[in-house]
Every structure is written in C-alpha cells, then in structure tokens.
Write a protein that binds this ligand. Structure first.
Ligand code: FEO
Length: 369
C-alpha cells in the first residue's frame, strides 16, 4: 500500500496473536515494514518469520523484478528481524544498516546467514538515491540495539517499537480509528513494554526535537499523522510517570469472597469521593490488562487473601510483573482477608514499598466483615 510519495507499507497483519512474550494482545498486532522506492530501493524493518511470505509478496507487488539495495534494521528482536534469512535469500546483494548491537544480535540469531552489515552511529547518514536516511540510535527503547531512522525528504520518522501500538484490526493510519481506541492501545503498549525505559524515552524525545517530523511510521500499529502531537505529549507524560491524582486502580484475587468485598468497598469509597477508577479481579483478567489500567493511576490498591502463609499466586505473579515494569510516583495500599496467620497483606505491602511507592497502612480482615 502506498502511504505517500514513493513510500509503501509492505508489512503484515497478525490478527490472531493473543500473547506476545507474556503480554496479552487482545486485538492482535502488525509487523510493519516500509519500502522507499527511488533510483535505489530501501527496505525499512521487516517482519516475524512466519510472515516472510507476506512481506516478500508485498515487496514484489511494488518492485516487480527490481532489487532492494539497502535494508535498514532498526531493531533485531525476532518480531522484526525473523524474516531476515528469507529476505536475504530473495535479495542477496542488499546491504544492511543498523547499530553495532543490532549486528551482533542478528548474527547470533542467524548464524547460517551471510549478512553484509554496516554498523551506524548517531547522526550517520545513508544516501539512498533520492532519499536520505539519518540514524538515531535509541539504546534501551527498548533493547540495546534499538534505533530510529529519519527520512528528511518526507519528514518521516521510523522509530520501530517506540510510539507503537498492538492493533491488528486492519487500520493503517491514525485517522482510520477512534482516538479513544488509538490511545487505549498506545497506553496498553507503553505500560507493558516501554514503561521501565522512561529515561531513554526522555532522551529520545529530546533528540527528536531537532527534527521536523510530519509522519511517524512505527513497527506496530497505525501510522501517526493527525494524532502525532497528542501522542508525543502522552509519551512525555508517561515517561515522567505523570499520574492523575484522582485516579485509582484496585487489583485483587479472592478465595471465598471476602477480599472481593474489600476490593468493592474500596472501589465504592473512592468512586463516591469523585475519583475515577478500575477494579480488576486477576482470576478474570490477565496481568498485562491490569498493568495497562494503572498507567495513569495515582492510587494502587492490591489485595489477596492469605493462602499457605502467603498471597495467591495470581497476585504474586502480578506484583512480580508490575515491579519489573517500574511504575513510579504512586501511593499504594495492601489489603486482604485471612483466617489465622494473615501474611498476604503485609507481604504485598512490603513489595509495593520496595517499588518506591508511598504506602498507606495495610488493611487485614479476619474471616469476613
Ligand atoms: Fe516489536 Fe522489541 O519488538
């Protein structure tokens, strides 16, 4: 599909994927790749290996028998680089461009593939016929090898995973879907993938100030044009852990219903005070859904009954997951029911405290209330 000038989207839609390295993707995703066609042909990013045929067929529909001269690999994670062996089989003379960390990773992933790799640094430029590409390494957004590429000719940025969204329902541009859906999916993506890398995100945003950008072509989800200013504002806020002081999230599991009653009471009390909140039972919703809900929440309440001198496994798993994603600037409270020993609430309290949250006293209820 032509997206503007001589730039084409040639990636693949994965509408069926529902689990992405432990992160639930309820409406699938895309693996976006782009082709810049001038007197020289450049492929920017590629796709997950099972979609290599789709990518090659899309490329062929644009190029016919023409060859690809350059391939820019912004990131070596297999959802983008998996198709490399097939792409190089079809275009063996193509030269690759990416960071030194990308070269190391690609060669480790594809030991049987001969790769003509050119390692680039910040500000290096690839002169590809009518198009000029400037490389902007962005280590740890979200892997060491990650890079964005800027094409001055169309004022386009190709930031790979950054500014992406897991949307696999066929839309191509931000104007093809509602803003509500776009930012819900972008927030879900940020909370579950990008959140621990907020310092590198801030460095990237600062770097991007030096470029005039009209269009952002991420490697997942829709191309950003109209919604781009708002998306950049959101990234600035999310990377600063800006929270809504009147927003809360209650996350819990329950055994015989008392911890559920406690969760519902907390939800009711805060709603009555005019706060906006979510209540999530971890036996009904995946932990990555809960993580996305707390992205902008100031208050985080986590509850579990005591089970075997500890908390329920679903709550323990959620806390491990959340702690790794490093949310900051929160106020936490642990709660839970118990029958005789009552360790769950204090254990949750200690973990939330170790996340750096300002803590309220834990609340424990004996049997029922
Ligand atoms: Fe979309 Fe870090 O891979």
């Amino acid at each position: 599909m032509k997206i503007c000038g001589n730039i084409y989207a040639v990636g693949a839609v994965d509408e069926r994927i529902r689990m992405f390295h432990g992160y639930r993707t309820p409406i699938g995703t895309t693996y976006n790749a782009y082709l810049a066609v001038g007197s020289r042909v450049t492929l920017i990013d590629f796709v997950k290996r099972p979609f290599a045929d789709v990518l090659l067929s899309n490329i062929k529909a644009v190029l016919g028998e023409r060859k690809i001269e350059y391939i820019i690999c912004n990131h070596a994670e297999p959802d983008h680089s998996g198709a490399l062996p097939e792409v190089l089989k079809a275009y063996p003379d193509a030269a690759l461009y990416g960071t030194a960390a990308c070269e190391k990773t690609l060669k480790a992933y594809c030991p049987e593939t001969e790769i003509n790799f050119n390692a680039v640094k910040t500000g290096d430029v690839l002169d590809a016929g009518e198009f000029t590409f400037t490389f902007i390494p962005m280590p740890m957004v979200h892997w060491p090898d990650s890079m964005a590429t800027y094409m001055a000719d169309e004022k386009m940025l190709f930031p790979n995973d950054a500014l992406g969204q897991h949307i696999g329902t066929g839309e191509v541009f931000d104007s093809d879907l509602s803003l509500e859906k776009l930012f819900e999916r972008a927030g879900d993506y940020y909370a579950n993938i990008v959140l621990p890398f907020s310092a590198p995100v801030k460095a990237l945003l600062k770097n991007l100030n030096g470029f005039e950008i009209k269009t952002v072509c991420p490697s997942h989800g829709v191309i950003l044009k109209d919604a781009l200013p708002r998306m950049l504002e959101k990234y600035a806020a999310w990377s600063d852990n800006v929270t809504d002081g009147e927003s809360f999230t209650v996350i819990y599991d329950t055994m015989w219903g008392t911890t559920k009653k406690m969760a519902e009471r907390i939800f009711g009390d805060y709603t009555a005070k005019g706060f906006k909140g979510d209540i999530i039972n971890l036996s009904e919703k995946h932990h990555s859904y809960a993580m996305a809900r707390l992205l902008e929440s100031k208050y985080i309440f986590i509850g579990s009954p005591t089970l075997n001198n500890g908390m329920m496994p679903s709550v323990s798993a959620f806390l491990t997951y959340m702690k790794g994603l490093k949310p900051k600037n929160r106020i936490g409270r642990a709660f839970g029911s118990y029958g005789w020993s009552g360790e769950a609430a204090p254990q949750i309290h200690d973990i939330l405290s170790s996340c750096g949250f300002e803590m309220m006293e834990p609340e424990k209820v004996l049997w029922n209330f």
